[in-house]
Design a protein around this ligand. Structure first.
Ligand code: SF4
Ligand code: SF4
Length: 290
């Protein structure tokens, strides 16, 4: 009870299928692949691995930005591994995943922001697992928007996801190097190029925003033709990360959910344990939050 603010009882994850989880972890080590699930110590890991979804982090585990809520290391990024798309595709096939999320650190050092590498991963997975749905969760490609969008609209995923993460007022503190308006533009311009492909956007609450700001943000996402939305509680990865400003009440999460439904998103999931990739397959199918 010395913890402030106190962790409510709904912040916890159920353990399911420990053998399946271990099997996946072993395979990942063999192929030298990183998952966000493990790196970010995501509390939903047992559920997701157990249920046939995982989120892979490509292009290394070192980011060129430093968002204070994020547990990814920052610094000089790794050299791109040209074999990674093939290894990833093999792993997706071995794991028999029906839905895969591919994300990356921000690669401000690459001329295309890494878009070509994303496209290569999509192509390889399509070759060996044609029935697997692919979601990419992309960085903002600032300064490389044109080239990145051209590449990705030619080799599109099934779901194009980019996280706005927080309200514009907190961008300077929480998203140094990023720009709220730019992120909205990215989503809209992809939609414009590929109206047939779903767009998706996620944010965290509890970072210091107020309820009215989240409502405005949801209105923005709707104006920018986003199809799928995820909202979850921010959890501090360690003491050196941005502090949790508050635990958002279930009632407030429900308010966001109701507002999103009113706006007509294809699906919105607003609940404490929701993450950008949380049961992404089920969200895509239009199911309610588990
Ligand atoms: Fe991985 Fe996302 Fe599931 Fe967390 S919610 S375990 S990051 S797939
Ligand atoms: Fe983390 Fe993404 Fe920010 Fe990099 S850009 S520090 S991966 S949230």
């Amino acid at each position: 009870t010395e913890q402030i603010p106190q962790k409510p009882e709904w912040i916890r994850a159920k353990i399911s299928q420990p053998e399946e989880v271990q099997r996946i972890k072993n395979l990942l080590r063999q192929q030298k692949l990183h998952t966000v699930c493990e790196e970010a110590a995501c509390p939903n890991l047992p559920q997701c691995f157990g249920g046939g979804t995982a989120t892979f982090m490509i292009m290394g585990d070192i980011c060129t930005r430093r968002c204070p809520f994020c547990d990814v290391a920052h610094g000089r990024p790794n050299i791109l591994d040209a074999d990674e798309p093939k290894h990833l595709a093999e792993t997706v096939k071995n794991l028999n995943l029906n839905y895969v999320v591919i994300t990356s650190v921000d690669r401000d050092d690459l001329l295309d922001g890494g878009a070509q590498h994303f496209a290569a991963c999509i192509r390889e997975i399509r070759k060996s697992s044609p029935d697997t749905l692919i979601e990419i969760l992309v960085p903002d490609f600032r300064g490389r928007l044109e080239v990145a969008l051209n590449i990705l609209s030619e080799t599109p995923p099934d779901v194009f996801n980019h996280n706005i993460e927080t309200v514009p007022r907190l961008y300077r503190a929480m998203r140094p190097g990023s720009d709220y308006q730019h992120s909205l533009e990215l989503l809209k311009r992809f939609k414009h190029l590929r109206p047939d492909i779903a767009t998706k956007c996620g944010l965290m609450v509890g970072l210091g925003e107020v309820e009215a700001e989240v409502i405005v943000l949801l209105n923005d996402l709707s104006d920018y033709q986003v199809d799928y939305v995820t909202i979850g509680q921010y959890l501090q990865p360690s003491k050196s990360h941005a502090p949790i400003h508050r635990f958002v009440s279930l009632k407030e999460f429900e308010h966001y959910q109701a507002h999103g439904e009113l706006l007509g998103f294809k699906n919105i999931w607003s609940a404490p344990m929701v993450r950008s990739s949380y049961f992404a397959d089920r969200q895509y199918k239009g199911e309610p939050v588990p």
